[in-house]
Design a protein around this ligand. Structure first.
Ligand code: FMN
Length: 141
C-alpha cells in the first residue's frame, strides 16, 4: 500500500495541501474548536499559547481557537476567550506568530452564547449558574 515514505508515490490525501477560497492549508489536519475555560477577561494567555501552539508544532494545517465571544455578554462562561476589545486583539498576536512560524493556519470560531451565556463550565455541570456558584465568586449576567 502506498504511503508518504514510498518513493515516487503521492502522499496520502490527509497530508496534501487543501485550498479554501484564497487560503491554502499545508495539509488536512484540523484541530476542532474546543473550549478550555482558561481565559481571564477573554484574553489569550500562556495556556492557549502552550496548548494550541503544540498542535501547530505537531504539524496541524489548521488550528482553531475555542468558541470566541464577539461581545462580553455573549461569553458562555467568564473563562472563555473573547474578541471584543483591543487588549484581547493584542493578546492573540504571540500565538498567531507561533502558528505562522510553524506553517499552520490560525482560525477562530466566532461565537455568541445567546441564551447559553453565563452558565456553568462543563466541569461544573454545564447548567445554569446556581446561587452557590455566585456565592463563590462566579459572575451572573
Ligand atoms: C473539551 C471540548 C471542548 C469543545 N468546545 C467546543 C467549542 O468551543 N466549539 C464547538 O463548536 N465545539 C466544541 N467542541 C466540539 C468539538 O469541536 C468537536 O466537534 C467534537 O469534539 C466532535 O469532533 P469530531 O467530529 O472530530 O469527532 C468541544 C469538544 C470538546 C471535547
Amino acid at each position: 500500500m502506498a504511503n508518504a515514505s514510498t518513493a515516487g508515490t503521492t502522499a496520502p490525501l490527509l497530508f496534501q495541501p487543501f485550498t479554501i477560497r484564497g487560503v491554502t492549508l499545508p495539509n488536512r489536519l484540523v484541530l476542532a474548536p474546543m473550549v478550555h475555560y482558561r481565559a481571564k477577561d477573554g484574553m489569550c494567555g500562556t495556556f492557549h499559547i502552550a496548548h494550541l501552539g503544540k498542535f501547530a508544532l505537531g504539524g496541524f494545517g489548521l488550528v482553531f481557537t475555542e468558541a470566541t465571544a464577539v461581545e462580553e455578554r455573549g461569553l458562555i462562561t467568564e473563562m472563555d476567550l473573547g474578541l471584543y476589545n483591543d487588549a484581547q486583539v493584542e493578546s492573540y498576536r504571540p500565538l498567531i506568530a507561533l502558528m505562522k512560524e510553524e506553517g499552520a493556519v490560525p482560525a477562530v470560531q466566532l461565537a455568541h452564547g445567546g441564551r447559553k451565556s453565563s452558565m456553568q463550565s462543563a466541569m461544573e455541570g454545564n447548567g445554569p449558574l446556581s446561587d452557590a456558584d455566585v456565592a463563590r465568586g462566579r459572575k451572573r449576567w
